[in-house]
Design a binder for this molecule. Structure first.
Ligand code: FES
Length: 261
């Protein structure tokens, strides 16, 4: 018998699927896999949705879901499928690799008004450098964090130094969860998650590196400093969400897992 977490993360469809939204997908290599599922889901719920897929593959031999995507494009005028090959086998096929200028052009040629820009949603999945390039370009182009989602297949092993905290006495943590109430102490420089694990408190987590949001929880009282956060937006943090895997309490805190993120 194995206990496991439910699926988690933020690379998911939104609750609101208005036909006023513009969905941009940037997928490279096997990054097309989660993207393909989301595209099908959108079209199932809203066949008129405006969807633009940019897909980067290396050669003709490894274009995942090519036939299915071409079929969807042939039957949906509102779905645009653009494919680049970085190392094509056929000589007549041009070598093309997405860059920041092309991302900018790709998006700005499809969004014309401020309202359309506000209604744009971006999903990025692929190698880290590809995702970083697309994300930075979109951010520089003025899009908000809330409009951009990205999926990490590979967790970056980043060992962050603990935050500089003047007052380093042990902090009390109270956890409210479906399973009951748990209490433990966090001693600097431990993170909340690592202290919880030592105290055998069943806190959820996955990447342990501030990148997936499995450990996100509402902080009802007290202050937490995070050394790494690649997933929570400013709006999430304003709503009290913190990550326990990279979070260090600077006061006593109360965390509530029974409230929806
Ligand atoms: S466990 Fe992934 S963000 Fe904390």
């Amino acid at each position: 018998m194995l206990d496991c977490l439910l699926p988690s993360g933020r690379f998911i469809k939104e609750a609101h699927w208005g036909s006023d939204l513009y969905y941009f997908f940037f997928a490279a290599g096997s990054g097309i896999v989660p993207v393909f599922g989301i595209i099908k889901s959108i079209l199932h719920q809203n066949p008129e949705a405006k969807i633009f897929l940019f897909n980067q593959a290396s050669s003709e031999r490894n274009i995942i879901y090519k036939e299915s995507l071409e079929k969807i494009a042939a039957t949906h005028d509102n779905f645009e499928y653009i494919l680049y090959l970085s190392a094509p086998i056929q000589e007549k096929t041009p070598v093309r690799r997405l860059n920041n200028l092309q991302v900018e052009n790709f998006v700005n040629k499809r969004l014309f008004s401020p309202t359309e820009r506000e209604n744009a949603r971006f999903y990025i999945c692929g190698p880290t450098t590809f995702m970083r390039m697309v994300r930075f370009t979109l951010k520089l182009d003025g899009f908000e964090d809330e409009q951009i989602k990205q999926e990490q297949f590979v967790i970056q092993e980043v060992r962050q130094a603990p935050p500089l905290i003047k007052e380093t006495s042990p902090k009390h943590v109270k956890v409210i969860a479906e399973e009951g109430i748990f209490e433990f102490q966090v001693r600097y420089p431990e993170s909340i998650l690592s202290a919880g694990k030592k105290a055998h408190v069943p806190l959820p987590y996955s990447c342990g590196a501030g990148q997936c949001s499995s450990c996100a929880v509402k902080c009802l009282s007290g202050q937490v400093l995070m050394t790494q956060n690649d997933i929570l937006t400013q709006k999430d943090m304003d709503n009290g969400l913190v990550l326990t895997c990279t979070g260090h309490p600077t006061t006593d805190i109360v965390l509530d897992y029974t409230l929806k993120n």
